[in-house]
Ligand binder design. Structure first.
Ligand code: 8YV
Length: 314
């Protein structure tokens, strides 16, 4: 007699090849395809033993509590800020992530946003597409090479950004929980002082601490010639203060991949020319999403085999 299949809930799409592998091993329920999520949960919730979710999406305690048989929350991502790890641990639920494989992509996007924002690539593209080349003049851009760069959070992603920035002759400083003397970069313990001393401030910190790091005071220290780039989490920045600072030209521009209430982006931000906006695409390459998916599969398999999942964070 065949054992009954293991039920797994997907909160967001994964690449086709990963979806196919999941479906060949498990009974997969795709929450995002259901107009009536509560009906689906009422039908299959009691049987769900695994949840696959994204770093930004995570899982609410309310949803966890609707899944009494849940054994694992496999995050396809590195952020654990959208999962209450204590709540999961109290229930004996494993939480896993996909470390390492998305570092390069997120750092690449940070560099892309720096170049796009300082060189006004979006404005240039809009001008060409609108047939305005030859009619309108764009303001001159800001030179990227050689800028003073401040990195908030010198973890794996922060270090990968620093390595790329070094190739652009940038002068690199960082702020974080601890000084890392071996890094070779200048440590600045005070975020306001870091902002005051750089041209470009990049947010690459974890949001696990739950605190807003980039406040109105930090933005004012960055100043009218300074740029903010965020590839970490929207909630690390006071978004309202950022919009006001941009509108009042108290900072020069911003390149943002993440927002406080995704997928909502304040219309006031969209109306500004001096910002580059992306829909949370840091790890969104096929190569990386496949590697993330394979790690998710390994963690699910280990958990259901009664082993410790290799990338458990609880
Ligand atoms: C992903 C992320 O876009 O790793 C994270 O925490 O936010 C991103 O890499 C997200 O997890 C989508 O799956």
């Amino acid at each position: 007699m065949n054992a009954s299949p293991i039920d797994v809930l997907l909160t967001q799409p994964v690449p086709e090849a990963i979806d196919a592998e999941l479906a060949s091993a498990y009974q997969v329920h795709r929450l995002y395809q259901h107009a009536n999520a509560q009906q689906l949960l009422a039908d299959v919730g009691p049987r769900i033993r695994g949840v696959v979710t994204g770093g930004a999406k995570g899982i609410s305690n309310a949803l966890m509590d609707q899944l009494p048989a849940l054994q694992i929350v496999a995050i396809s991502g590195i952020g654990t800020d959208a999962v209450d790890l204590r709540h999961a641990a109290a229930r004996g639920i494993d939480v896993t992530t996909t470390p390492g494989v998305l570092t390069a992509d997120v750092a690449d996007l940070a560099m892309g946003l720096i170049i796009s924002t300082l060189r006004r690539l979006g404005e240039g593209e809009r001008l060409v597409r609108d047939g305005q080349w030859g009619t309108l003049n764009l303001p001159l851009a800001r030179r990227v090479s050689g800028v003073a760069l401040g990195i908030i959070g010198l973890g794996q992603v922060g270090k990968a950004i620093a390595r790329r920035a070094a190739a652009f002759d940038m002068d690199i400083a960082y702020n974080g929980r601890h000084e890392q003397p071996d890094s070779g970069y200048r440590f600045e313990a005070d975020l306001v002082a870091l902002a005051r001393s750089v041209d470009v401030l990049v947010v690459a910190a974890s949001a696990d601490g739950g605190q807003v790091l980039v406040t109105a005071e930090v933005l004012d220290a960055l100043g009218p010639q300074g740029y903010l780039i965020n590839v970490a989490r929207g909630k690390l920045v006071d978004e309202q203060a950022l919009v006001e600072a941009l509108r009042e030209h108290r900072i020069a521009g911003a390149g943002l991949d993440v927002f406080v209430d995704e997928p909502y982006v304040p219309p006031t931000l969209c109306a500004l020319d001096q910002v580059s906006l992306q829909p949370h695409r840091g790890s969104a390459t096929l190569q990386t999403r496949l590697e993330m998916g394979r790690i998710v599969l390994r963690n699910l398999q280990a958990c259901f085999a009664g082993e410790v999942p290799p990338n458990r964070v609880t």
